[in-house]
Ligand binder design. Structure first.
Ligand code: DC
Length: 219
């Protein structure tokens, strides 16, 4: 069984996907973490994320691995655990920009398909239902208002001690939405057969209940 959960930043994808995977006892794969790892490498090496040739050169000597350790996804970049580092705010834009470079997407999508082929998996991302696994049994598209998504992201960043304002987080989210939904290859888009859930006024439990009902009480 494959469950695809797509949607823009801050819609609640990872919280819900983690919860579902735990309840179902299946693997959770956070695909955004992979693009974040590549984005982090570009930042650390001063590579221009819009320069396809430079990105390709960097990518040829880059390995990204994901491992589930005690139910938590760890991301390894060239063998180093970067699980915490990829969540820094500065990495979000680099991840969005670099994910638009075709060679990056093809390499990450191959890896995602390879991992998902091994076992039952819940994947979250932007293009799971449309591009990575178009035949997934269940497709969910989560949305929420920009104000609510910015509020959630702001609280998360604050809790981690990052300096930011609600306005700057909202503006970054809007720019990332635009970037992610306007790239040429596999843009953020609801699959025609995905069920859309607006999480703006819903609690995590309410969203989980809706998805549970959709999956037919398997949870
Ligand atoms: O889910 P996230 O915010 O951690 O993802 C970071 C960026 O990675 C996001 O802005 C766009 C990109 N991404 C993507 O293009 N395709 C995916 N399946 C997942 C993420």
């Amino acid at each position: 069984m494959k469950i695809a959960i797509d949607g823009p930043a801050g819609a609640g994808k990872s919280t819900i996907a983690k919860l579902l995977a735990k309840k179902l006892g299946i693997l959770y794969l956070d695909t955004g973490a992979m693009y974040r790892a590549v984005g982090l490498k570009a930042i650390e090496n001063g590579v221009d994320v819009t320069d396809e040739t430079a990105v390709k050169k960097m990518l040829d000597s880059t390995t990204v691995d994901v491992k589930s350790e005690e139910g938590v996804q760890h991301v390894y970049l060239d063998g180093k655990d970067v699980t915490g580092k990829i969540r820094e705010h500065r990495v979000s834009k680099a991840a969005s920009d670099i994910s638009a470079v075709p060679c990056v997407r093809y390499k990450m999508v191959d890896l995602q398909r390879e991992i998902a082929a091994r076992c039952d998996t819940v994947l979250d991302g932007r293009d799971i239902g449309t591009f990575v696994l178009p035949n997934a049994e269940y497709k969910i598209f989560l949305t929420a208002s920009v104000a609510e998504r910015a509020r959630r992201r702001y609280e998360e960043l604050k809790a981690k001690g990052e300096e930011c304002t609600l306005e700057s987080v909202a503006s970054d989210i809007e720019k990332r939405d635009y970037n992610d939904s306007h790239r040429a290859l596999a843009p953020l888009r609801k699959a025609d057969d995905a069920v859309e859930i607006d999480t703006t006024d819903l609690s995590i439990e309410e969203v989980a209940d809706k998805i549970t009902a959709l999956i037919g009480g398997r949870i």
